[in-house]
Design a binder for this molecule. Structure first.
Ligand SMILES: Nc1ncnc2c1ncn2[C@@H]1O[C@H](COP(=O)(O)OP(=O)(O)OP(=O)(O)O)[C@@H](O)[C@H]1O
Ligand SMILES: [Zn+2]
Length: 570
């Protein structure tokens, strides 16, 4: 339901004098459907220029598409971020372009809440009625509702598979039609929209003067021939329905909402006249977000409805200028992708670039993400082996490692506070891993040097925590082995142990019988050489499967040198 909030009179008078935008605020207050609006927080801004919001300065910086530069992030309420995002138009499978956009914003939301203690209230719309849905439903001879529900379900499952945290609520357009009609009525009353004889309603861009184009400029839209638009740039708020199309009753006759109005209405129905964040892929900046802004500010009679617009860069197939998209039919579905790669690997792929930049999809770029992840996982296994005493190393420069860890922690927070710079975070962690690895150089002969397991424990805990915050689960068994129960892991360990025993036997030198001359350098007898060769072949074969056996570990109580599995990765 629409929030029915009583308005305080003095506040209204203040608002009316404050916003030069107002034509007549009386009309916003009482609509025929008795919807009464009050800005939920101060709705800043008077002109076209962005105004730094009043409220709580988080100390973070975020790139704002409204100003095309990084701005201090100021939230209306301390510790709370209201966030609206445009969801998918559900007429086809979700693809890697969607995955990229939603994973990148999921990372930012996780960072806001888990690193900076900001409670993100995220609302997403599902566009379940639109021309493309109607067309596809006709092609498939099913109802648009059935088609939309099918792909909506699939989208939600795909997001779960990618470990994208669901929004607080998904809202469907078709379940918000009365609210949309009331919102359009409000804009008409405020004299920023008009109905035509044909039963369409258009936003009147001329009525807001040069305020149109706050985000991307005024654009160069040309008029559709035959329409009754006043200005070629005017866009539809309500479309009269054609026969056989789904439609709803309205004061202008049977029809359905235009695309942009759904987001303005739904965002306002949850958050009122002020919003901290609005997000979407860069293709949505114009005209979709531009028009959402015009509608909301016309409805709320407010100078700055959304304070921060975040746009993610597009995912392209490498070598293609076009973004991956349903309508271009050049997509890879999320499901197909997850047959070959893991959700962790996809997230790592996203972390390796800034969320605003375009990203090239190719096997090579995915393999780069896979190998970065494998390097980190290998380090965590080595560190564990060292902590268990299975990996013997020379004395570690412990003080330097503690210092490096503290430095990394500070760098990571600094990078995240600077427009959520995830590539810098990954770099910082890779450097930590590099320095950790440098100290974990296996020695084949145990010495009596002091050991420093605690610092490696601290490295491990921190690396896991950072990735867990970012949505990459380094402990995810499924991601590292096809067998989540751990049976395969145990079988591999047994196999390695058996190989080690065989090898030890093959290397053993027969005692020289008394009276016979001792060999200068004892070597295995020739009958045992095939055994050694087989052991070598097995080690190489296992390495190609990500199972590395290193000669370094002193795993036996009696101090006998043995090999150990140091790392098992995908
Ligand atoms: N290739 C892509 N890269 C990054 N983000 C994308 C990509 N494709 C879609 N998105 C984003 O996903 C969200 C949902 O998009 P939408 O459902 O319109 O997908 P689409 O494939 O572009 O559909 P269509 O081709 O019908 O426009 C939007 O925020 C959009 O910007
Ligand atoms: Zn939208």
């Amino acid at each position: 339901m629409w929030p029915c909030i009583t308005i305080c009179r003095p506040l209204l008078l203040k608002l009316r004098s404050r916003y030069a935008f107002s034509k007549d605020t009386r009309q916003t207050l009482v609509s025929p459907s008795k919807l009464i609006f009050r800005p939920s927080a101060s709705c800043t801004g008077v002109g076209k220029k962005w105004t730094r919001p009043t409220g709580y300065d988080t100390g973070l910086k975020t790139y704002n598409s409204l100003t095309k530069q990084k701005e201090p992030l100021v939230l209306a309420q301390e510790g709370i971020a209201t966030w609206y995002s445009c969801g998918p138009t559900v007429y086809d499978h979700a693809h890697l372009g969607h995955a990229c956009s939603y994973v990148r914003f999921d990372i930012i939301q996780r960072v806001l809440s888990r690193v900076f203690g900001i409670n993100v209230i995220h609302v997403m719309v599902i566009t379940d009625i639109d021309d493309k849905i109607i067309r596809r439903a006709l092609e498939k001879s099913i109802s648009p509702t059935v088609l939309a529900r099918m792909y909506e379900e699939e989208f939600k499952n795909d997001m779960l598979a990618l470990k994208v945290l669901p929004p607080a609520v998904y809202l469907r357009v078709t379940e918000n039609i009365p609210q949309i009609v009331a919102f359009i009525e409000g804009i008409i009353r405020n004299e920023h929209a008009y109905a035509t004889k044909q039963g369409d309603v258009y936003f009147d861009i001329g009525s807001i003067g040069d305020r149109y184009g706050k985000l991307m400029g005024a654009g160069d839209a040309t008029g559709e021939p035959g329409t009754e638009k006043r200005d070629s740039r005017d866009f539809a708020l309500w479309k009269a329905s054609k026969p056989q199309e789904p439609s709803w009753e309205s004061p202008w006759g049977k029809g359905r909402p235009g695309w942009h109005i759904e987001c303005s209405t739904i965002a306002s129905s949850v958050f009122g006249s002020q919003l901290d964040f609005h997000s979407g892929g860069i293709d949505l900046a114009f005209p979709h977000h531009e028009n959402e802004i015009a509608q909301c500010e016309a409805y709320h009679q407010c100078g700055q409805w959304g304070n921060y617009f975040l746009h993610s860069g597009h995912l392209h197939l490498k070598g293609s200028a076009e973004k991956m998209s349903k309508s271009l039919n050049n997509y890879i579905t999320i499901k197909d992708f997850l047959e070959s790669y893991s959700a962790n690997e996809f997230r790592m792929f996203c972390l390796l670039t800034k969320y605003r930049s375009a990203i090239d999809y190719s096997d090579a770029s995915l393999n780069e993400a896979r190998s970065s992840l494998a390097t980190i996982t290998a380090f965590t296994h080595d560190a564990q082996a060292y902590m268990r005493g299975q990996l013997q190393c020379p004395a570690v420069e412990e003080g330097a490692l503690w210092e490096r860890l503290a430095e990394t922690k500070a760098n990571v927070v600094r990078a995240l506070a600077d427009d959520f710079d995830t590539p810098r975070v990954v770099n910082a962690i890779m450097s930590l891993v590099y320095h950790g690895n440098r100290q974990l150089q296996p020695i084949t002969k145990p010495d009596r040097s002091p050991r420093s397991p605690a610092v490696f424990g601290a490295f491990l805990a921190y690396i896991r925590e950072v990735f867990e915050v970012l949505g990459v689960d380094l402990l995810d068994r499924k991601a590292h082995s096809v067998d989540s129960s751990g049976t395969l892991e145990n079988v591999v360990e047994q196999l390695a142990r058996f190989r080690s025993d065989v090898r030890a036997f093959a290397l053993s030198v027969q005692e020289t019988p008394p009276g016979e001359p001792a060999h200068a350098s004892p070597s295995p007898c020739s009958e045992k050489l095939p055994l050694l060769k087989a052991c070598d072949t097995l080690r190489k074969d296992l390495a190609s499967m990500g199972v590395h056996i290193r000669v370094s570990a002193c795993v036996c109580q009696n101090g006998e040198m043995r090999e150990g599995i140091i790392h098992r990765a995908r």
